[in-house]
Design a protein around this ligand. Structure first.
Ligand SMILES: [Mg+2]
Length: 438
């Protein structure tokens, strides 16, 4: 068998390619692997991107019949030209040397949303590397330490017509009863939930803003802060101590409002408070301000979904400015970045709760492999939902049901272990992307 067990975490993959046909052939891939036994290194021949549903989907094509897939958030349908920008840098390279390929393109990315194309390509490289070695991606990350991974609910939602405390209580009751059996639910509050902030007059000392996501910010009025706290109290009453509640809060709060809010949350045992000060599309983390907040409360403080690359977590982690980091594999630079950040955070007593709500079903697979291999600082990742619903008909390899009692069983098929039902997926391709699978 391949020697991945000794090479360990993020080691070179070139030598991991099997010398003989593998014991874990995937349907339709055995002839390919037999061909690979005597073949030279794999070479990238093409990089493609199609907008499937709303998710930009990346396909890296190789000269040996293996294709790798990656995905970006469904909020980024504009991403295709950015993906294709990197094509000339990676064609001709060996995709199983993931890091060598990434050295060519990683520097040409940035904070969300401009790290997404690099991230989707990186995930597709790991998919190829796993398939070429005949092992699931988690083996290439050092192996799994858990057979099932906890997820949290950010994407299973029910419509709301009003935004007062009783409405949030009713909505939370439906999420608690959802078929996935979530053990942890995240809810948007404060500036992260414009409808909540606009439900009462004069909730904060600025006017409502439009434009790029999460434009509202400022000091809250007494009644504004009281409204947010009342909504959380109503939700918590429904959940009791059976289901955890995390809150996605901003960005845009002042430091003092954040401290007042966090202290009000202490008796409610909130799992974490996310992005109070910066976050989402804010292109800087502001570690000093976060440290002032974190040291002022016993509620875990969380941020990081918009941050690109491990280097940009350095301040937050080394200054212990937060308690939980939540990078998204589809924005941070991919799978390797996530693994490094998880390990480095663990060294500093900081937990991991990755962002993922819009990551699609290929992204879901990347999350599962990562979560299986993260250290014990792992809490849960945000469960992405396939949208539109037909995504579940065009992807093969996911468990059925996917979520059982709030967990997903880790699968062991090579690579990401999910692939497309090509015939079904072709029917969903937009006209301009009709050659994506050819
Ligand atoms: Mg968030």
């Amino acid at each position: 068998m391949a020697n991945w067990t000794r090479r360990g975490f993020l080691g070179s993959l070139a030598a991991a390619a099997p010398a003989a046909p593998l014991a874990h052939p995937v349907r339709g891939r055995l002839p390919l692997l037999q061909k690979r036994a005597g073949a030279g290194p794999v070479k990238i021949t093409d990089l493609r991107c199609a907008i499937i549903g709303r998710n930009p989907t990346v396909r890296i094509v190789t000269d040996q019949g293996i294709s790798g897939y990656g995905q970006a958030e469904s909020t980024k349908a504009y991403l295709k030209p950015m993906v294709l920008f990197y094509k000339d840098y990676i064609v001709g390279e060996d995709p199983t040397d993931v890091e060598r390929v990434m050295l060519k393109i990683r520097r040409m990315g940035a904070s969300k949303p401009w790290g997404a194309a690099v991230s989707a390509i990186e995930i597709a490289l790991w998919d190829i590397a796993g398939q070429a070695a005949g092992v699931p991606v988690y083996k290439l990350l050092g192996g799994k330490i858990r057979d099932r991974v906890r997820i949290y609910n950010g994407g299973v939602r029910f419509p709301m017509t009003a935004h007062m405390p009783r409405d949030y209580a009713e909505n939370m009751a439906r999420m608690k009863e959802a078929k996935e059996g979530f053990t942890l639910i995240k809810q948007a509050v404060g500036f992260h939930n414009p409808a909540m902030m606009r439900a009462i007059p004069n909730a904060w000392y600025d006017e409502p803003r439009k434009g790029a996501p999460h434009a509202d910010r400022g000091q809250m009025t007494e009644r504004g802060l009281a409204h947010v706290i009342a909504c959380v109290e109503a939700m918590k009453k429904v959940l009791g101590d059976e289901t955890g509640l995390a809150l996605d809060c901003g960005p845009g709060w002042t430091l003092k409002d954040s401290i007042k809010f966090a202290r009000a949350m202490e008796p409610l045992n909130i799992t974490w408070l996310e992005d109070l000060l910066t976050g989402d599309y804010t292109p800087y983390p502001n570690a000093e301000l976060y440290r002032d907040l974190t040291t002022s409360t016993s509620v875990p403080i969380h941020t990081g979904e918009q941050i690109y690359l491990r280097q940009n977590f350095k301040d937050l982690i080394e200054k212990q400015a937060i308690d939980v980091v939540g990078p998204d594999p589809e924005d941070v630079g991919g799978i390797a970045e996530m693994k490094w950040i998880a390990e480095y955070a663990d060294l500093h007593g900081i937990s991991m709760a990755p962002h993922g709500i819009f990551d699609g079903l290929i992204g879901l697979a990347a999350h599962v492999h990562l979560a299986a291999a993260m250290p014990q600082n792992y809490i849960a990742f945000e469960y992405p939902v396939g949208q539109p619903d037909w995504w579940y008909q065009i992807v093969e390899g996911l468990p059925d049901p996917i979520v059982k009692k709030g967990f997903i069983d880790v699968w062991d098929k090579p690579g990401l272990g999910v692939t497309f039902n090509i015939a079904a997926a072709k029917a969903r391709l937009p006209e301009q992307d009709r050659n994506f699978f050819d």
